[in-house]
Ligand binder design. Structure first.
Ligand code: P6P
Length: 349
């Protein structure tokens, strides 16, 4: 008679190092901790994983198939839309419009809110996404990523509106990203810490590889585009110069690392510590990165991992959005490093 498997420990399955945990199993275990949950958020997260697999497959063969090059169209920000951008955008829209969990969506690639087709069901959640962030790097085979943010709707019923979309980042119920790099990683949080999954393309599963990601309280890496140094405001320039001073007792000089792809730069910051910053400049007083589908979801992940995400003056997740594609200066990463940046940007240093 076969012996029943006796678990070697009562540790929850999602953190037991001796088990292979798929993201679907992880999501289900998280749901089971909320008896009131009906499973709609779980279905959304399953579809995030599906979308990540579909986009990963295309990104990883981009060099082989004539999918590179540009569609010749331009998005709302005046940027050339790469074919992979459009493929990723369509992947998100087609996957999520059919699920029945959303009342409205918004994409970096779409000027206006994305309405759920009339013949399909609407639900109680809202999704905002950047389908393929960093896409200007695709032709150079640099890591790119998808960023997504999920809220509960605030309007009572029917199709969602801008009011459902323009919520503060602290109201997010889930957020995360898929990094298409040396491996494809899905990193997400539903408010109880950050978990990372690595795609095994051989079986098409995201497997739990980083059960609980926590960012170091202080790092040794700063990340910004120093090509704009002469456009930085004085406070920003002085902060960067401070990090570059030689003072071994305080761990300076920091190393400079900048990939130019937000998902890659933030993922490195999450894993190693330090600070990623895209500050306001004299040319772009609101910075470049978008609040709703870049700063808020990445800031949520960084905070859930024990870090901080600030505009240099206030918490990003406290900002009340006014426009769908609004930009925001951002400093995110290790708590001590972001606090130091705030001291410079608020004139305390
Ligand atoms: P810059 C990519 O185009 C992107 O939106 C982010 O992924 C990245 O962090 C930033 O812009 C890079 O901008 O001005 O340094 O090229």
């Amino acid at each position: 008679m076969s012996r029943r498997f006796v678990a070697p420990t009562k540790e929850p399955i999602v953190t037991r190092p001796d088990r292979i945990v798929t993201i679907e199993r992880h999501v289900l275990n998280m749901q089971l901790q909320h008896p009131e949950a009906r499973g709609d958020l779980s279905k959304l997260l399953y579809d995030i994983a599906l979308t990540g697999k579909l986009i990963s497959r295309e990104v990883n063969k981009a060099g082989l198939v004539d999918i590179l090059g540009e569609t010749g169209t331009v998005n709302v920000h005046g940027e050339q839309v790469q074919k992979l951008d459009e493929f990723a955008n369509q992947c998100f829209m087609r996957t999520f419009e059919r699920g029945g969990q959303l009342c409205v969506m918004a994409s970096e690639e779409e000027d206006d809110p994305i309405r759920i087709p009339e013949d399909l069901d609407v639900g109680g959640y809202v999704l905002l996404f950047d389908p393929l962030d960093g896409s200007s790097n695709i032709d150079a085979n640099v890591s790119v990523g998808s960023i997504w943010s999920i809220y509960r709707r605030v309007t009572p019923s029917g199709h969602g509106t801008l009011k459902d979309l323009l919520q503060r980042g602290c109201e997010q119920v889930a957020a995360g990203y898929v990094a298409y790099g040396s491996s494809t990683m899905l990193v997400y949080s539903t408010g109880a810490g950050v978990s990372g999954f690595t795609l095994d393309p051989g079986i098409g599963e995201f497997l739990l590889s980083h059960p609980r990601i926590e960012i170091p309280k202080k790092g040794k890496i700063y990340s910004c585009n120093e090509g704009y140094r002469n456009l930085f405001f004085d406070s920003t320039r002085r902060f960067v110069e401070y990090l570059q001073e030689v003072d071994p007792d305080s761990g300076r000089p920091y190393s400079g690392r900048y990939i130019g792809s937000m998902v890659a730069d933030v993922h490195r910051t999450l894993m190693y510590g330090g600070i990623f910053m895209y500050p306001a400049t004299q040319k772009a007083p609101s910075g470049k990165l978008r609040l709703m589908y870049e700063a808020n979801p990445m800031g949520y992940i960084i905070e859930q991992a024990g870090g901080m995400a600030s505009t240099g003056k206030e918490r990003i997740l406290d900002l009340q959005p006014t426009e769908l594609h609004q930009r925001v200066p951002l400093y995110m990463g290790s708590e001590e490093d972001v606090k130091l940046a705030i001291e410079f940007e608020t004139g305390l240093r």
